[in-house]
Design a protein around this ligand. Structure first.
Ligand SMILES: CC(=O)SCCNC(=O)CCNC(=O)[C@H](O)C(C)(C)COP(=O)(O)OP(=O)(O)OC[C@H]1O[C@@H](n2cnc3c(N)ncnc32)[C@H](O)[C@@H]1OP(=O)(O)O
Ligand SMILES: CC(=O)C(=O)O
Length: 539
């Protein structure tokens, strides 16, 4: 089998990524991200700008001892200043002190910037580029030259933009990177210009560094590869200066799965989802659900016709298999679902019901009616499973509510006590009555405690259950305090998590519905057989 063409991925999460709104890494965050990126298999990690701040310099000192499996660390900085020599330039001294084998040096390649920003002549700028690269080559460094604003520069004065690259090459640069710094170029222009450069500079790797201001960073990176670039810069999750950099997770998957390139030094793309989540966690950002390949929505099917198609053949609505990038398929329960989804759920609970049975259609109707009332079962599939159970077969509730009551004490007698409320819950289980009271930090907390207290004597396994999340959403805020609310409760027993939902104009009642579903779901999934006494569910 022919070997795949190799593309070097160059991740700048720790440098350009740290120029993004809201991002700030500690030294230990940076070290963790280096480990994760190396585990993923990128070729280069641009780990900071040592001339910028003491934290980056401290990081480079600490990271020097790290053993990496395939990635090489790069320190980033500018060419020497206009009126200084390399030996006297503090930024260059800091780059040297960083101690990496490789440096990325950015220099201007747009005549407009040379004049307006550097206040230098075109010749002076060429000297800054040439001197800096030659100086680092003398010190034995691998030098990656980032030609800042290359595409704008090429549009303005192509001969000068090319002269910047020629100067860098002649000074010994190992890679020439074409930077689409303003992020506004369109793919056909990027492809055309990259091709010209690739033809003009045979034998030296050409790279692309694209920003996303026009939403084209990934496309511009891919067309550049199509035109012969072999080095692609970006940030794993796409964050960076302004609108961000080319999203390397998308690019890695596109190059590997669509363009048949080797991008991760032989490591598996199947770790992509997990490693991106880990980088997001350290960066304190969430991955938007619609992120290609690694978003939770990337393989989530919601429309009934889509679910039907995917169940018949996943290729109908999935461009690649989710497992290829470590993601998974999700089928969402909602008002836009149809019989295909419901039938699938029914097969587990009432396998005797056919897809074309009128009971299947009736259950689709129930789902749509409940969602119209304010329920949202997407993410709270446990509650919908209970809806199915209650509608089919010989379902018996695990308990019947006789009544509950909550009271609040304001002002509280002891301002240091978190327990401001009390709840009493009375239930009957298979004809036996039980009653319990509990105090809590608010009425729902007290209700939750009292419900579990009264039921634990009947069902001891409930002792392991605790709530891990509680969310309230006001559904029609124009009704002010009479608004309907939706309560979502996430529960855990240490092994499994599940989410249940309740809707009412009374927030305590909505919470009760979600709480009692949570308890019933736990008992049902433990395989506990409900008593046969049959009465209505809930209050
Ligand atoms: C396109 C990119 O993303 S390039 C990377 C940009 N990243 C950053 O700016 C983050 C890190 N930067 C910093 O910490 C600071 O800007 C520093 C420490 C590097 C420099 O700080 P200061 O010297 O106080 O200058 P300041 O940031 O205000 O201005 C930038 C200076 O760099 C000069 N400069 C800009 N690009 C270059 C270049 N490619 N080569 C040489 N000098 C340059 C500017 O002309 C300006 O100098 P001037 O004041 O003599 O006109
Ligand atoms: C080097 C760089 O970050 C840019 O040109 O955008």
């Amino acid at each position: 089998m022919a070997e795949k063409a190799k593309i070097d991925l160059f991740d700048s999460t720790l440098r350009d990524g740290s120029q993004a709104l809201g991002i700030s890494f500690s030294v230990s965050d940076k070290i963790r991200i280096v480990e994760l990126l190396d585990e993923l298999g990128v070729a280069w990690i641009e780990a900071g700008n040592p001339g910028s701040n003491p934290k980056d310099l401290e990081f480079f000192r600490k990271v020097a001892a790290m053993q990496l499996s395939c990635a090489r660390l790069v320190a980033f900085g500018a060419t020497r200043r206009k009126d200084s020599s390399c030996a006297d330039d503090p930024n260059m001294a800091a780059l040297l002190e960083a101690g990496t084998d490789a440096v990325a040096i950015f220099g201007k390649s747009w005549d407009f910037h040379v004049k307006e920003i550097l206040h230098a002549t075109k010749d002076e700028n060429l000297k800054m580029i040439g001197d800096t690269i030659a100086w680092f080559k003398e010190k034995g460094k691998t030098v990656i030259f980032d030609a800042e604003h290359f595409f704008d520069g090429h549009a303005s004065d192509p001969a000068y933009a090319m002269a910047c690259l020629e100067t860098a090459r002649d000074a010994g640069a190992d890679v020439l990177v074409l930077c689409e710094t303003r992020g506004g170029a369109l793919p056909w222009e990027v492809e055309r210009v990259t091709r010209i450069v690739v033809e003009r500079f045979p034998g030296i790797p050409i790279g692309i560094h694209a920003h996303d201001d026009g939403g084209m960073a990934v496309a511009n990176s891919l067309v550049s590869v199509n035109a012969g670039a072999t080095h692609v810069q970006g940030t794993l999750l796409g964050f960076g200066e302004r609108c961000g950099n080319a999203n390397l997770s998308t690019i890695a998957a596109d190059l590997a799965l669509k363009m048949d390139r080797d991008v991760l030094n032989g490591k598996s793309l199947e770790r992509l989802y997990t490693l991106c989540r880990a980088v997001a966690e350290v960066s304190n950002v969430s991955v938007p659900s619609g992120t290609p390949y690694i978003g939770d929505g990337a393989f989530a099917h919601k429309g009934g016709m889509h679910i039907d198609g995917v169940l018949k053949n996943p290729a109908s609505f999935e461009h690649v298999q989710p497992a290829a990038v470590g993601n998974e398929r999700r089928l969402l329960t909602s008002e836009v679902a149809g019989r295909a989804l419901i039938f699938r759920a029914l097969q587990r609970i009432a396998p005797y019901v056919d897809r074309n049975d009128e009971r299947t259609s009736a259950l689709v109707g129930t789902l749509k009616t409940l969602e119209a009332e304010g329920y949202q079962f997407e993410g709270a599939e446990s509650s919908f499973e209970l809806v199915i159970k209650r509608n089919f077969g010989s379902w018996h509730p695990y308990f019947n509510l006789v009544h509950y009551q909550t009271t609040g004490n304001h002002p509280v007698a002891d301002p240091h006590s978190p327990e401001t409320h009390m709840a009493v819950v009375k239930v009957s289980v298979n004809g036996s009555a039980g009653i319990a009271a509990a105090e809590g930090a608010g009425p729902v907390n007290a209700l939750d405690k009292a419900l579990r207290k009264v039921l634990e004597s009947f069902y001891p396994s409930l002792r392991s259950v605790h709530l891990t999340d509680y969310k309230v959403r006001v559904l029609d805020s124009r009704s002010a305090t009479a608004s309907k609310v939706r309560v979502l409760i996430e529960s855990s027993d240490g092994e499994r998590n599940w989410t249940t939902v309740g809707v009412s104009r009374d927030i305590i009642q909505a919470s009760w519905l979600a709480l009692s579903d949570s308890i019933e779901y736990k008992l049902m999934s433990d395989g506990i057989v409900p008593p046969t006494e049959h009465t209505a569910h809930g209050a």
